[in-house]
Design a protein around this ligand. Structure first.
Ligand code: ZN
Length: 120
């Protein structure tokens, strides 16, 4: 299951990696500090982006690597499709196993189907 809130947690926690920007950098446009940005996650004006661009870019890159590392990615349509296909195949196998009175095999397949979830 894709945990979006944990993802945001990771995102904001990762700002801690760049403590040098916290106090020093201040946006010339709106006076927002990097700490403000870190706390709210929002940029105050267009100049903020330029001021905080480097740490943000680094953080986004790090976040991306973190996602790749932990495999915490939202399920894509392709994955969903693959899952449906897998489900259909398992269901066909299950029916075959039942018709052949291979209940041991059927139980295994049934467990696999359950693990995949209720996709019809
Ligand atoms: Zn600003």
């Amino acid at each position: 299951m894709y945990d979006m809130f944990a993802e945001f947690d990771n995102f904001f926690n990762s700002f801690d990696v760049f403590p040098v920007y916290r106090e020093v950098e201040k946006c010339p446009g709106c006076g927002r500090t990097y700490q403000d940005f870190r706390t709210t996650g929002k940029l105050g004006c267009a100049k903020c982006y330029q001021t905080f661009r480097n740490p943000v870019k680094k953080t986004l890159k790090q976040l991306h690597q973190n996602i790749e590392h932990t495999g915490k990615i939202p399920e894509s349509g392709a994955t969903e499709l693959k899952k449906k296909k897998q489900y259909a195949e398992l269901k066909a196998q299950l029916q075959k196993a039942v018709s052949e009175e291979n209940y041991e095999q059927a139980a295994v397949l049934h467990r696999q189907l359950k693990a995949l979830g209720n996709i019809e």
